[in-house]
Design a protein around this ligand. Structure first.
Ligand SMILES: [Cu+2]
Length: 118
């Protein structure tokens, strides 16, 4: 097979692989809740998944309205739950980006936002 054909096929396989992975560790719910508004900046964000997680390969980052990271870095993972502490920050739209490896060895990732303020 010509080299150019291999290059064309590789991205397609990656797309198929990531699509299959999404069928495994879904985000079940989060606190603050996905898309919700809270009055004051939370001290932590907690995410619950549909499967148990592998702590070494799972993580979460949180950024504030200015795009600055406000998480303290080290996510805590216990069973199907992952949480991270937040530094004090202001109001506006916060973005949560998570990636997990579930115990069935499948990766998935995603993001959501919540609002802080009145
Ligand atoms: Cu899976």
């Amino acid at each position: 097979m010509p080299r150019s054909s291999l290059i064309a096929i590789t991205p397609l396989l990656l797309v198929l692989a990531s699509g299959a992975a999404q069928a495994h560790a879904f985000l079940d719910h989060a606190e603050p809740r996905v898309g919700n508004k809270v009055a004051t900046p939370p001290h932590q964000v907690t995410l619950w998944f549909t499967q148990k997680l592998e702590p070494a390969f799972s993580g979460v980052t949180v950024t504030d309205a200015a795009g600055q990271r406000v998480d303290t870095g080290k996510a805590r993972v216990s069973g199907n739950e992952m949480s991270v502490s937040l530094r004090p920050a202001g109001s506006g739209t916060y973005r949560v980006d998570w990636h997990v490896l579930s115990v069935d060895t499948h990766k998935s990732d995603g993001s959501f936002t919540f609002q802080v303020g009145q």
